[in-house]
Write a protein that binds this ligand. Structure first.
Ligand code: WT7
Length: 647
């Protein structure tokens, strides 16, 4: 595993921490002081923070329950409600007229939703869900575009204790069906469609298609009419969001839920099998959403306008588009549309127009914007920006420098946040106004987070690369894999006998103790900041009747980070690369479409029949085939592959 880690970067630029008057952490001293609090009393410090930062309906007396590792529980005998913490609390504090969400549509429409209005809408939606038979403990799948109703649907679930599972709107109907079935959802919330690149991306037909087979637990479909597309309607099953909300009561009491109640399930790819449903808790998750907003971004809810460009269908959208900003009582920007529509100036115009002060995006988006040229950002006044964040994949130093110079004008700290769906919130962060930054390094663990780099035996590595692990349970950690406790243990804990949480990333530390993430060490690709399992794409390819066998590997790509390369062995019948791409898009979604397809006669295998993916990776990376190929069953296979053109 470890030998897959890419060669060590040579980057020695260091930028001093910017001065931030009154910042949450304004020096390394502040950081060390907080770390010391955790060292002195780990569980007690978390408990203090949980008491101070969240509103409780029932106080807790238990901090960490580690009686059944790795199934950890935090603050387990307490009770609270996430929607109450995100809405009622602020309205009652007199912030009802503050803008909670500023939404901008692709055509330039703008909506300001205040906390008071959002609360009312959430109550109405919660009542509608009740009337459709949804109860605490039920699952609700949300398949929506980037519109305020998506946030309303999520918070309405939280209000009544239904566990939501948001499915990214660009996933195919069969991916959607898999998730609905795995979660055994009772209700699906969707829209007719969403805006995309000047046109409309229909959503409801995908839901209809998904529900046409299986999905027996789904009783109703709640449809937001947003994009104005024609949709078919199944009487008795399909319900109209707007008319039902209008008829329902604007009041709905938030129920007190146990700290460990599952707030949501979010599916993510792994190295084996189908995507797994990562389960997050109520209290621990919300606590870290709030603390990381305040700590990592030095977020000031009364002044900042925060814009996280992630889609709500990913964990970044959950924690930093919805829950984080709202639990802090701040203003969050939601943009429905493509960041480069109608041109590459769109993002910067929004920053200027809405006075965005904290901007959070992915390296892949930064690289696309760099390609478009400096003229675009230079046309906008970006002086409102204060902190710039990145997430999703390692940021290449060139992109970092551009972000720092051209966007931040060397004033704004760059916050490179390393974390995962499983961690719920940030883990490694260069704290703005406290830490010096190095282009490409996620710097140090946040206070309370204990990480190490270990070798394959679990021994701590002080120099060089190794596996990144978390050595202590933390409140926002995943609580498991939905419906599959064994897979949770197997995937994240077994390698080191339950001692460490295994992140699946390789990393190294430099002389200052800074962490440098080197990428996944498993069969997971990071394509434009999105996680895709190679096996998942292989299964999609093999499900085509003309495909006998397939192997998928990643190769470095300037824009996407990693591109998808597929080696496909066909049966008798002939199909072309385009058909295969379409098939994968229909099976998983357009993001999983292979960039490069090689139609080959055979795959390189070991004598025991295992596909040698490393060898294929070398081929696509055009590296020398340095590995020992003595175990190869048939060397001619390699010769043939090398002679095969890419399609
Ligand atoms: C994987 C997690 C966390 C939200 C977005 C992706 C990679 C994430 C960074 C970063 C280097 C990063 C890792 C990680 N990753 N952030 N700042 N530097 N790599 O969430 O889909 O769960 O993917 O994304 O490989 O394991 P995810």
């Amino acid at each position: 595993m470890v030998d897959m880690i890419e060669s060590v970067l040579h980057e020695d630029r260091v930028f001093k921490a910017a001065v931030g008057e009154g910042a949450c952490f304004s020096s390394m001293g502040d950081y060390h002081a907080m770390c010391r609090r955790f060292e002195e009393d780990y569980e007690g410090t978390w408990a203090d923070l949980a008491r101070t930062h969240l509103r409780w309906r029932e106080a807790f007396t238990q901090d960490l329950d580690d009686s059944n590792p790795p199934f950890y529980r935090w603050f387990a005998d307490g009770a609270l409600n996430v929607a109450e913490n995100c809405l009622d609390r602020h309205v009652q504090a007199g912030l009802g007229e503050r803008t909670a969400i500023v939404w901008e549509g692709e055509q330039g429409e703008v909506r300001h939703l205040t906390y008071a209005y959002l609360l009312e809408q959430v109550c109405r939606a919660a009542n509608v869900m009740h009337s459709l038979g949804v109860e605490a403990g039920d699952r609700v799948v949300i398949y929506m575009p980037m519109i305020p109703e998506t946030a309303i649907a999520m918070l309405a679930c939280a209000r009544i204790g239904a566990t939501h599972s948001v499915v990214f709107g660009a996933f195919s109907s069969s991916s959607l069906r898999d998730r609905i079935e795995d979660a055994a959802a009772r209700l699906v919330i969707t829209a007719d469609g969403g805006a995309r690149r000047g046109g409309v991306h229909a959503l409801k037909p995908f839901v209809d298609e998904a529900l046409s087979e299986g999905c027996h637990t789904v009783e109703h479909l709640l449809v937001v009419k947003h994009a104005g597309c024609d949709v078919s309607w199944k009487a008795g099953r399909d319900c109209d969001w707007h008319s039902l909300l209008a008829e329902s009561s604007p009041e709905c009491a938030a129920i007190a839920l146990p700290s460990e109640h599952p707030l949501f399930i979010l599916y993510t790819s792994g190295s084996t099998g189908k995507p797994k449903g990562i389960v997050h808790s109520t209290a621990g998750y919300l606590l870290w959403a709030r603390l990381t907003m305040l700590w990592s971004f030095d977020y000031r809810p009364d002044q900042d306008v925060f814009w996280c460009t992630a889609d709500v269908g990913w964990i970044t959208g959950h924690t930093y588009l919805i829950y984080g900003p709202l639990v802090c009582g701040g203003t969050t920007v939601m943009y429905e549309g493509v960041p480069t529509y109608p041109d590459a100036g769109r993002v910067w115009q929004i920053c200027e127009r809405l006075s965005v002060s904290v901007f959070y995006t992915a390296p892949t988006a930064i690289r696309a914007l760099i390609k478009a040229g400096d003229v675009w950002p230079n046309r906008s006044d970006l002086s409102s920006l204060r902190v710039l964040g990145t997430v999703g994949e390692p940021i290449n130093p060139e992109a970092w420098m551009w972000y720092y110079r051209v966007i931040g004008k060397e004033r704004c700290p760059i916050v490179d946040t390393w974390w995962q769906t499983e961690t719920g919130g940030h883990m490694l962060v260069p704290l703005p106004f406290a830490m010096a930054t190095k282009p490409g390094s996620a710097a140090l663990p946040l206070p309370g987070i204990q990480v190490e780099i270990v070798d394959e035996e679990g021994g701590k590595v002080s120099h060089g690369g190794g596996l990144l692990v978390v050595t202590k349970p933390w409140p926002s950690m995943l609580r498991g894999v939905w419906g599959d406790p064994a897979r949770y243990v197997e995937t994240y804990w077994n390698l080191f006998d339950g001692q460490y949480y295994i992140a699946g990333d390789g990393a190294r530390r430099d002389g200052d103790g800074y962490f440098w993430i080197m990428g996944r060490v498993d069969d997971v690709l990071n394509v434009s900041g999105h996680r895709l399992g190679t096996m998942e794409i292989e299964s999609a390819l093999v499900s085509h009747h003309a495909v006998a066998e397939a192997a998928v590997v990643g190769r470095a790509d300037d824009l996407k980070g990693e591109a998808i390369c597929a080696f496909v062995v066909l049966k008798e019948s002939r199909v072309d690369a385009l058909t295969l791409r379409k098939h994968v898009a229909a099976e998983i979604g357009p993001i999983a479409k292979p960039d490069d397809i090689y139609l080959v006669e055979g795959l390189p295998k070991t004598r025991s029949g295992k596909i040698m993916r490393r060898l294929l990776r070398d081929i696509v990376m055009k590296r020398d085939i340095v590995q020992d190929v003595s175990t190869l069953e048939d060397r001619a296979v390699i010769e043939h592959i090398l002679a095969t053109p890419v399609q």
